[in-house]
Write a protein that binds this ligand. Structure first.
Ligand code: UD1
Length: 346
């Protein structure tokens, strides 16, 4: 198949291109080399077209393309409200321009990089009220070291449960809002064009070539970069918050399986969680990484951030049934390898 890959100079798309070529596909990569991700002096790959989705002509590059794999995005949670316009411009507007060009040329299959952040605080079970979204965590609880959220109805204890793709959207950050928007734009485009999209909702992606930490980095890059500087990873809250760390090679495989099968899907957006299926606490992740690097033991700081969600863990079952995707690399193995893997320094 002939694939147009956006964000091709990025961490995840680089692995998608590699796996796609290994499976015999042709990949045409493009990237705008966003300063926030690559720095102003990034070395440019001559094989990647330097294009900005919002301003440059895309139609000629879409001729003969079977599937677009849209990875280009401004990532992270966003630092503060001043980041809102940049997320809207790059993620919302970039996607809208791409979809308009696909409609002009007649490319009707899209694989979209989405995220678990569309689910916000995730789903929990209350013994009395069943499946509930958790109540917002209050400052007085957090400052007293009570990090687990409560039932929004009775205020009682709740336990986290696996999130499936029917869970409602609840975006809590600029980035999350833009990922929900991308799925909505894709849905509108599918209706207008009779087209198909697969939205891959990634969990916490890590692996070789991930960028060294910036104010927009996730916890895996932050911990790995701290170790590279000879510092201890600083674990927030009580370290018991749960995530799912999924290796970038597995994320790339999920993308290529989606590229190969999106045309077999019904019209509209079909979402799939992309997760390892092995939940890990942040404390466990920090000690696995530090242990494998023979580095300083993690420091449990008790710090907290208002925008953090407590536990978010996805069910990987829909991707297994719909795409035949199951992660191959366990977080125990992959995170230990990350301890010595090279990071991209912009
Ligand atoms: C992360 C990504 C988000 C992505 C999502 C799913 C960022 C900033 N967040 O969200 O974009 O869509 O995964 O793939 O890229 N923590 C520490 N110490 C630190 C930093 C963080 O203990 O130095 C803790 C946080 O309190 C939190 C957990 O690690 O509990 C995860 O934080 P982080 O990776 O920033 O955000 P996610 O919500 O997992």
């Amino acid at each position: 198949m002939r694939i147009l890959l956006t964000g091709a100079a990025g961490f995840i798309a680089g692995h998608v291109a590699e796996v796609a070529r290994e499976r015999g596909h042709d990949v045409l990569g493009l990237d705008m080399y966003l300063d926030a991700a690559h720095g102003p002096d990034a070395t440019r790959d001559p094989a990647i077209l330097p294009l900005d989705l919002r301003h440059d002509a895309l139609d000629e590059h879409l001729a003969d393309i079977d599937v677009v794999c849209h990875q280009a995005a401004m990532v992270g949670n966003g630092v503060d409200a001043q980041d809102l316009p940049a997320y809207a411009e790059h993620n919302d507007a970039g996607t809208a321009h791409l979809l308009a060009a696909m409609a002009r040329v007649g490319v009707a299959d899209l694989v979209l990089a989405s995220s678990m952040v569309v689910y916000g605080d995730g789903r929990f079970t209350c013994p009395d009220h069943g499946d509930v979204p958790p109540a917002v965590r209050h400052e007085e609880d957090l400052s007293a070291g009570r990090f687990d959220p409560r039932c929004p109805v009775c205020g009682g204890d709740i336990t986290w449960r696996l999130i499936d793709e029917t869970t409602p959207f609840l975006p809590r950050t600029s980035y999350a809002a833009s990922k929900v928007a991308q799925e909505h734009y894709a849905s509108a485009w599918c209706t207008l064009e009779g087209a198909r999209a697969v939205a891959l909702r990634y969990h916490n992606v890590y692996g070789p070539g991930m960028p060294a930490d910036t104010p927009y980095s996730g916890v895996a890059a932050i911990f790995r970069s701290a170790i590279a500087r000879g510092e201890a990873p600083r674990v927030f809250e009580d370290g018991q918050q749960v995530r799912d760390f999924v290796h970038v090679r597995d994320v790339a495989l999920a993308n290529v399986l989606a590229i190969e099968q999106v045309a077999d899907h019904p019209q509209g957006v079909t979402p799939y969680n992309v997760a390892s299926g092995t939940p890990f606490t942040i404390g466990e992740m920090a000690s696995t990484l530090a242990g494998a690097a023979d580095a300083t033991e993690p420091e449990l700081t008790g710090d907290y951030r208002a925008f953090d969600v407590r536990h978010v863990v996805a069910s990987p079952e829909a991707a297994a049934h719909g795409l035949g995707f199951r992660a191959q690399i366990s977080p125990h193995e992959g995170i230990a390898q990350l301890a010595t893997a090279a990071l991209r320094t912009r």
